[in-house]
Design a protein around this ligand. Structure first.
Ligand SMILES: Nc1ncnc2c1ncn2[C@@H]1O[C@H](COP(=O)(O)OP(=O)(O)OP(=O)(O)O)[C@@H](O)[C@H]1O
Length: 277
């Protein structure tokens, strides 16, 4: 697969701060990858996301998106190519109804009406928004708002979607809805960078990057990162319940051909055993 995002030796320091918040970030993300990014509070995740979407500018280093440099001078174009989903779903609504909201960005970019309707219908179906189209933002649950927010970004056809703790204000049902939507989007080949503190969500991603004190200290498949005890200790991360339980069951002789990514997968696996009580 082709490299989509190529970040090299990125440094950043907030004005007046004595230290760098990002101190040499190097990472490449390929087209279609679903990447989770985590780390302690203050490790620099949101700063990195804000640099990527053009809100902040790095002190040094380079960022290439599809081979093209992202610079302060192409800020507008940059924002169009990177879709950013906010933590608070109320911060991204503009339209009076869901349908108007989806149309707003496309009208703003002068997309032809026929193309506009086609795209809107496609993402409405993908994110299962059919019943919400005529509702006003205040009539939606948090999970529904985030799904509408995602659709509003997807219709603009960004190269990558960045979510900065986009599920942290949602209840379990809302989180579940958004994670299902992200899986659907990822299955369509859309590249996703998801910042999260939720280790169960990390298991849904193909790849897990961990930041610590402004640098990347781990980059692997989620289960491999969760196998690294000292790393988890240093970075304050906790193994998700599913990984913890799978490890304990393995020690007790219950074998797994592959790693489980959700409680459902784990339960399905256990159901194959005939336990003697
Ligand atoms: N506008 C700002 N001015 C000065 N320092 C800032 C500013 N925003 C963030 N910082 C500092 O930069 C560091 C990194 O912050 P950042 O928000 O990128 O971390 P994070 O990993 O996203 O944390 P969290 O998990 O809490 O969201 C922190 O020490 C923070 O206090």
């Amino acid at each position: 697969m082709a490299v989509l995002l190529d970040i090299q030796d990125l440094h950043f320091q907030y004005p007046g701060a004595s230290q760098h918040v990002l101190s040499g970030v190097n990472v490449t993300i390929e087209e279609g990858e679903f990447v989770a990014l985590a780390g302690r509070n203050g490790s620099g995740k949101s700063t990195l996301a804000r640099i990527l979407n053009g809100q902040l500018h790095s002190s040094s280093g380079s960022i290439l998106l599809g081979g093209e440099a992202l610079t302060p001078t192409n800020k507008q174009a940059q924002r169009r190519r990177i879709g950013y989903v906010f933590q608070n779903p109320d911060h991204q609504f503009i339209g009076a109804t869901v349908w108007d909201d989806l149309a707003f960005g496309l009208e703003n970019h002068s997309v032809h009406r026929e193309t506009m309707i086609q795209r809107m219908n496609y993402y409405v179906r993908l994110l299962r928004l059919e019943d919400l189209l005529h509702k006003a933002p205040h009539q939606l649950s948090g999970g529904q708002k985030q799904r509408v927010g995602l659709a509003g970004i997807l219709v603009l056809k960004p190269d990558i979607i960045i979510l900065d703790e986009a599920t942290s204000m949602l209840d379990p049902k809302g989180r579940h809805e958004v994670m299902l939507a992200l899986k659907e989007i990822s299955n369509q080949g859309i590249t996703i960078l998801m910042i999260t503190h939720d280790m169960e969500e990390v298991l849904e991603a193909d790849r897990f990057i961990v930041m610590h004190q402004g640098s990347i200290v781990a980059d692997n498949v989620p289960h491999a990162v969760f196998d690294d005890g000292p790393l988890l200790e240093t970075t304050g991360l906790k193994r998700p319940f599913v990984v913890e339980l799978q490890q304990e069951l393995s020690k007790a002789g219950i074998t797994f051909e592959q790693d489980c990514h959700s409680e459902k997968e784990l339960i399905d696996h256990l159901c194959k055993y005939n336990f003697q009580v």
